[in-house]
Design a protein around this ligand. Sequence first.
Ligand code: ADP
Ligand code: ASP
Ligand code: MG
Length: 416
Amino acid sequence: MKVFKFGGASVKDAEGVKNLASVLKEIGHSTTVVVVSAMGKTTNALEVVVKNYFENKTELQSSIQEVKKYHNEILLDLFDNENHQVFKKVITLFDELSALLKVNKSPDYSFVYDQIVGYGELVSTTIISEYLNSIGLRNIWIDVRNLVKTDNYYRRANVNWTETQNLTSSKFNKSVLNITQGFLGSDDNNFTTTLGREGSDYTAAIIAYCLNAESVTIWKDVPGVLNADPRYFENAQILHKISYREAIELAFYGASVIHPKTLQPLQRKEIPLFVKSFLKPEKPGTQIGKNITLEPMVPCFIVKKNQVLISLSSLDFSFIVEENISEIFSLLHQFKMKVDVIQNSAISFSVCIDNIYNNLDKLLQHLKAKFKVTCHENVSLYTIRHYNQTAINQIEADKTVLLKQLTQETIQIVTK
Ligand code: ADP
Ligand code: ASP
Ligand code: MG
């Protein structure tokens, strides 16, 4: 089987959904699993719903209304007949969402987040599956939560591979087109879990792994994987071929075109990954696979904005050694900080982190009890793979460099 993944940008409006249908017609769609994300920026909009539920109840209804209205406009553009069953199905899903919030007793933000935000994918796949059926692209809708089993680490759940493997191999119909959700899973109690923002790529890889798929194609609004994020860098160029190793490095450092967890399951079974343009499906895009040298061999730039650089030194000029480092890491773990760069010297320790869970104040409070702490918020972390001096100069021009770290293939620069 083949696995395709269409992200939010590809189905942000009715035109996008129609384009998805033409891609399937052009490329072929039998024995295919199509993994779809929430439409456009729906996940962000649902994040606002969750925030309002906890912090601003007066805005709750209007934020839900906004999500409904957005989808309703897409529905009206796709279906002439307002009596089509899809309208009822989508209303039912939104009713479920509202009912969930009404009866919820849990104060756990991350738990509630997963129960609510997951509706983005449930609604998008319902609309897309019904639309494809309506134009003769017969397909079956599959609830991915019945296949992808995870722990209950809400908002960044970990896959239970054995259970997922057992469930997945039997659920897909190999002779037809299968439509399912990215990003979602469920825990032992069958509560919805999510795999981390942008996690739909990972879902495609999980399914491909469990099905021993022949390939995965991620359809994007860019021609393929570029050597830099085109939103921040001019003249980004396409990388025609990348090894799994290179792709894992790029994704790990933050090249947001592929979710970092996507590569490992594919690499383990040597399933090729293609990143292609949903606007130009006939073009080859980028191919990621085994034993491939980067083509063309050019510096690759990755930027992560909004990072936090924390520098610690001992209060009494004593060394920073294994003991305090392990203490620092246990706090970073406790407050769910994602660590991007580490640097240490005899009496100081610096770490560049991503404050995903908004726990910085609590972390700093604990650190300040033990260390002298300097903290720079809102810094940018630049990573250049296969760097040269011109590439470094390009990044450092007009910026204050706060930290720099070099290995043979990679340089990381934290700037203000
Ligand atoms: P999806 O709709 O599948 O979730 P995303 O918007 O998350 O797609 O990812 C595609 C976007 O990733 C592109 O529009 C581009 O702006 C950005 N991007 C960042 N880094 C890269 C890169 N190295 N190559 C290509 N695109 C990149
Ligand atoms: N809809 C989710 C998100 O926006 C998952 C994804 O798009 O990959 O993060
Ligand atoms: Mg995305």
